[in-house]
Ligand binder design. Structure first.
Ligand SMILES: Nc1ncnc2c1ncn2[C@@H]1O[C@H](COP(=O)(O)OP(=O)(O)OP(=O)(O)O)[C@@H](O)[C@H]1O
Ligand SMILES: [Mg+2]
Length: 682
């Protein structure tokens, strides 16, 4: 071994023959054997070095080459040269001076190495070399020379370089991307997050890296990615995209779009997830708002359709009721007061009036009474209504009011507002367990802003008086909430609710150019917010209507026009009873003909509004064309905009709501004739 260590190029050892000559025969034989073994060993080692697949070369202290592996020779282009005995310098005459320093150090006993050394080539390119030089020692311990291991790593360096470059690019892209980006380990921990993601969720990079990706997900969305993750881990999909909610550090809910893909290790195990996270909260909000508005629009259209239907039916009923009431009235007057028939007729009248009330409700719902509004203060009306309702509700239902006095002027109809409060309080009471609970009525002036999404399609930016009726009853689920304003929708048992209460509230608020906004959840009570457009002017004080006995006529001539013959007859009869002279016709054409015959003879005209051919309004216009000061009463089942227009025109006219009792008819006729007399004889 030691001989090998001093191998070729060292001064030749004494020849075998010389040594053998001076030794006894048996020793000489042993020596010979030992030398042969050594020689065999030396050949073996030489072959080992020569064929080792690494680049290895051995030098003596003079830096003369003792041996080199084939790989080394090939690497340095020396394969066809006999390099044994050549010095390092002879082999590499252009080598930079620093190598001298290296091998001096090594020959002095040091180990020198370099992981990555640039070796310039003649063509200007650079080869990368990894090398190590270490001393070898002779049997006496002295340094015998050095062994040089080298390996060209140019290709590896280039790959590493490319990798680093791409990593740099990735990092820079991540750093500057406006989209949130993250690398997440297979265990769910954040491995890297970019500033955009930190901004979206409000956490710092450090805070995120200390947690896992589930920690910022909304509790309800934590599992939403699971099926995709599983499919991705099963290699069924390469990536997925979902929309889910995150929680911002402030607790605010944010919507994000998440794109995730999975990178694999060469051994087939998952390495990490790459995620792109985009804040889509704005888009989501807009979508939700749009959906809500669409739903509201659909609801409004449905209500409109139902309203038209109910309104039409109610109109028909009105006429029929008019006939029933009219004739019952007449019949009652024809029998003696104590007669049993009189009592029966009284019942018929009572039932008819009740039916009339329901029809009125339907007509209210169908928004046919817009004209009956005046400038009022909401505050005293609510106080009044609450006082009234207190007497009808059980003692254990407490009503608390919190009303803002003044500044509550609206264009409204006090009776209808009474009705709204009554309906809402009744519902609140019905929603309470054991007839016990709390109703809070709050009134505030609020200003709706243009920038805030509309609470309701009917509401616009501007000042509103908001009346809120809140209860702590059982509340409503979404399915009930979606239908509460539909006429005849009720959850109450048969005979317990007609389902008209809220339909009427809705109709009234619509007629007031306002809206109802409801908030409710099962078990959480309900709040009905009523929005009335605020009027800035102060209202006039309401004048109390005086009561007087039924006024009679004095032979004045009245022209009654109605296409419903029975109704026309009932009206005519009532008027005759009251002491008027009556001409009855059943169309506008007939009316005009009758009037033309005796234009100065007619003192007043009562006409139906809706008639085939010419309607009541047009007839009035035609009559006024002949005699402008002629008093006209328009009997109508509707109080629609055309009537408003009519009622506001010049001259003397009145609107009579159908169906009417003889008393109402008498009062209207009397009042109008009295005013007319004043006008005609100032
Ligand atoms: N304050 C409330 N709390 C819980 N549910 C309510 C409340 N107000 C209304 N509702 C629900 O809305 C439904 C419709 O109410 P609406 O007032 O239109 O009709 P109703 O009360 O059932 O019958 P009606 O008022 O005609 O006697 C009710 O049946 C009830 O289910
Ligand atoms: Mg009700």
């Amino acid at each position: 071994m030691s001989e090998f260590a001093a191998a070729p190029g060292t001064p030749p050892s004494p020849s075998l023959a010389e040594t053998v000559a001076v030794l006894p025969a048996h020793e000489a034989a042993a020596l010979k054997q030992a030398r042969q073994a050594l020689a065999a060993n030396e050949t073996l080692l030489r072959q080992f070095v020569q064929h080792t697949p690494a680049a290895v070369a051995m030098f003596d202290t003079q830096m003369r080459c003792l041996q080199a592996s084939d790989r080394w020779l090939t690497d340095y282009g020396l394969a066809d040269r006999d390099i044994v005995g050549l010095t390092f310098h002879q082999m590499f005459p252009d080598l930079p001076g620093r190598w001298k320093e290296v091998y001096h150090n090594v020959l002095a006993g040091a180990i020198e190495q370099c992981e990555r050394d640039a070796i310039p080539r003649g063509d200007g390119s650079v080869e990368w070399l990894q090398w190590e030089a270490r001393p070898w020692h002779k049997p006496d311990g002295a340094v015998g020379g050095l062994i040089l291991f080298t390996q060209f790593i140019t290709q590896r360096v280039h790959i590493e370089e490319a990798l680093r470059l791409s990593e740099d690019k990735f990092r820079s892209a991540m750093q500057h991307s406006p989209i949130g980006m993250a690398v997440v380990g297979p265990d769910g921990r954040w491995l890297e997050v970019n500033p955009a993601l930190c901004k979206i969720v409000g956490y710092t990079r450090g805070e995120l890296l200390a947690t896992n990706f589930q920690s910022i997900a909304h509790a309800e969305d934590r599992e939403s990615a699971q099926p995709f993750l599983r499919q991705m881990l099963d290699r069924q999909i390469e990536s997925y995209q979902i929309e889910l909610r995150y929680l911002h550090k402030t607790g605010q809910v944010i919507w994000v779009q998440l794109n995730a893909s999975l990178a694999w290790n060469p051994d087939g195990t998952p390495r990490h997830f790459v995620a792109q996270i985009q804040d889509i909260t704005g888009r989501k909000r807009a979508e939700e708002q749009r959906k809500k508005l669409e739903e509201q629009l659909r609801q409004a259209q449905k209500m409109e359709a139902l309203g038209t239907l109910a309104g039409g039916t109610a109109h028909e009923f009105n006429n029929i009721l008019g006939i029933i009431i009219g004739y019952s009235d007449l019949a009652k007057q024809e029998v003696a007061a104590g007669h049993p028939v009189s009592r029966h007729l009284q019942e018929v009248l009572k039932a008819s009036l009740r039916a009339k009330e329901i029809v009125q409700q339907i007509l209210t719902f169908t928004r046919q009474q817009k004209d009956q509004r005046e400038l009022i203060l909401l505050h005293p009306i609510v106080m009044d209504a609450v006082k009234l309702i207190r007497t009808t509700l059980p003692d254990k239902v407490e009503i608390i009011t919190d009303l803002e006095p003044g500044a509550s002027a609206i264009l409204g109809n006090p009776t209808q507002i009474h009705q709204v409060i009554f309906n809402l309080c009744t519902n609140a009471w019905h929603a309470m367990k054991d007839n016990a609970g709390l109703i809070r009525i709050t009134q505030r002036t609020v200003r709706l802003e243009e920038t805030v999404p509309a609470l309701h399609p009917s509401l616009h930016a501007g000042p509103y008086v908001r009346l809120s009726v809140e209860d702590n009853g059982k509340g409503m689920d979404a399915a009930t909430l979606a239908r509460i304003f539909e006429p005849f929708f009720t959850t109450k048992g048969p005979g317990k609710g007609t389902g008209l209460g809220l339909a009427v509230v809705h109709g009234i608020l619509q007629a007031h150019d306002g809206a109802v906004v409801v908030q409710s959840q099962p078990g959480q009570g309900s709040t009905f917010h009523l929005y009335f457009p605020a009027e800035l002017a102060a209202p006039a004080l309401p004048s109390p209507a005086g009561l007087a006995s039924i006024p009679a006529g004095a032979g004045q001539h009245i022209l009654v026009v109605d296409d419903e013959t029975a109704l026309a007859q009932a009206t005519s009869l009532s008027l005759s009873r009251l002491g008027y002279r009556v001409t009855e016709v059943h169309s506008a054409r007939e009316a005009l003909a009758a009037f033309a015959q005796q234009p100065g003879e007619i003192d007043l005209v009562i006409t139906d509004l809706t008639m085939p051919g010419m309607n009541g309004i047009d007839l009035t216009a035609a009559l006024h064309g002949i005699r402008p000061e002629l008093p006209v009463i328009l009997a109508s089942g509707f109080g629609g905009t055309r009537t408003t227009h009519f009622a506001r025109g010049p001259g003397l006219r009145a609107v009579l709501q159908k169906p009417f009792t003889a008393e109402t008819l008498a009062r209207s006729v009397h009042r109008l004739l009295a005013s007319s007399a004043k006008v005609e004889k100032p």
